[in-house]
Design a protein around this ligand. Structure first.
Ligand code: SF4
Length: 389
């Protein structure tokens, strides 16, 4: 089996390999280092390096993989361990965690984002049920690193079983509390979490730190615990597969980074035919992928859709910052055989330093005016990425 490990799996530049073709590598071995902003990349398997190009390191994996791994270097400094382990925001952001957590909160708070907000995804809830105490220990570590006075877990009440497990474990932690998020998309947006938990409205582009809060995803927190307690680098990813696969919804835990999407679909018993696009991520924010796409530190969902319907009408597209944006919607229209004649964004999207950001995620306006404008420009049908229309 071949594993192809991407050299960029994070915010920042592409990593530089520190191995060469023919090298034997062991699971957990450091194989690529960042140039400036970025995070270490380790081998997710034991085997031999058989190719290195500008984007990937290809490893021929041994047929029998070890359970153990090369541990990261010992340190008493938690941030140093997080850096060495190559931890990045596993919820999709990919921002290097050692940089994010290098802050001192003035009587502030740490929040675990357990919204698992995209429909269909459930691997975070699976992890909570598997070991809720590990998640709470992770929260304590981040509180210690940042000097936070209290920790919260933000979760939707519909997740009853994980909540019950958390409720039992949380009794041992005086300074940690579970808080409910509304059952809507995008409740997992960091600014929505700050608004719901603390009543603070952050402006577009403002970070949780400006409310004296650090927010971290469940899987990122787990990776922090593994780095601190077991000296384990990030070599695997949890994910959910759903859609037109024979297994139906299936959660995969600890998939080696660099595994091909095709091999995971095979592990689901293959496709239900006819099938269409492979979406990497959730239904709202996911991007089109392919069988050759690879599991990275930020892959969360693999969704196999129905084939696109044939529709050659003239379309208007209406983008949303927290859902599908104009480029994604345009690609969908083109795949259907349609023509995009007009585009618009939700009226709450404002330009902040060259990037369109939502003024108030989840407090979505009616879009009648935008729809009228698209129709006036010749649209016979409208395709929307907005959360509410
Ligand atoms: S207000 Fe608009 S941009 Fe923001 S989440 Fe709602 S639909 Fe999307």
């Amino acid at each position: 089996m071949e594993i192809k490990i991407p050299l960029r799996q994070h915010v920042g530049g592409i990593n530089s390999p520190i191995v060469k073709c023919g090298d034997k590598v062991y699971r957990g071995q450091l194989i690529a280092v960042p140039n400036g902003l970025g995070a270490n990349i380790h081998s997710s398997v034991s085997g031999e390096i058989i190719d290195i190009d500008e984007g990937e390191i290809t490893i021929k994996a041994l047929p029998n993989q070890p359970d153990d791994y090369i541990k990261i270097e010992d340190s008493d400094d938690y941030l140093e361990l997080i850096k060495e382990a190559g931890i990045v925001g596993a919820g999709g952001a990919g921002f290097p965690t050692h940089i994010k957590l290098n802050t001192k909160l003035q009587s502030g708070f740490v929040v675990i984002n357990a919204a698992e907000c995209e429909p269909l995804l459930s691997h975070n809830m699976t992890r909570i049920m598997e070991d809720p105490d590990l998640i709470l220990r992770g929260l304590k570590y981040v509180m210690e690193i940042t000097g936070a006075k209290k920790g919260y877990i933000a979760i939707k009440p519909k997740n009853k079983k994980p909540l019950i497990e958390l409720g039992k474990a949380i009794k041992s932690y005086k300074d940690i509390e579970a808080k409910y998020l509304p059952d809507m998309y995008p409740a997992g947006d960091e600014r929505v979490i700050i608004r719901e938990l603390f009543g603070i409205i952050l402006k577009p582009g403002q970070l949780p730190l400006e409310a004296n809060v650090v927010v971290s995803n469940i899987e990122t927190i787990r990776n922090i615990v593994l780095a601190i307690e077991e000296r384990r680098p990030v070599i695997t990813k949890d994910l959910t597969v759903d859609g037109r696969v024979n297994s139906g919804e299936k959660v995969f835990l600890d998939v080696p980074i660099g595994t091909s999407i095709k091999s995971i679909i095979d592990d689901c018993g293959g496709y239900i035919e006819p099938h269409g696009e492979i979406v990497l991520g959730g239904p709202f924010m996911g991007k089109a992928g392919g069988e050759d796409s690879l599991v990275t530190k930020t892959t969360g969902g693999i969704l196999v859709s129905l084939p696109f319907p044939n529709d050659s009408r003239k379309f208007g597209v209406l983008g949303c910052e927290c859902g599908a944006q104009i480029d994604r919607l345009t690609a969908i229209v083109e795949n259907m055989g349609g023509e995009v004649v007009s585009t618009a964004n939700c009226k709450r999207m404002k330009d902040v330093n060259g990037r369109l950001r939502c003024e108030e995620p989840g407090v979505c306006p009616g879009q009648a005016e935008k729809v009228m404008g698209l129709k006036k420009n010749g649209a016979e049908a409208i395709i929307v990425g907005t959360c509410e229309t």
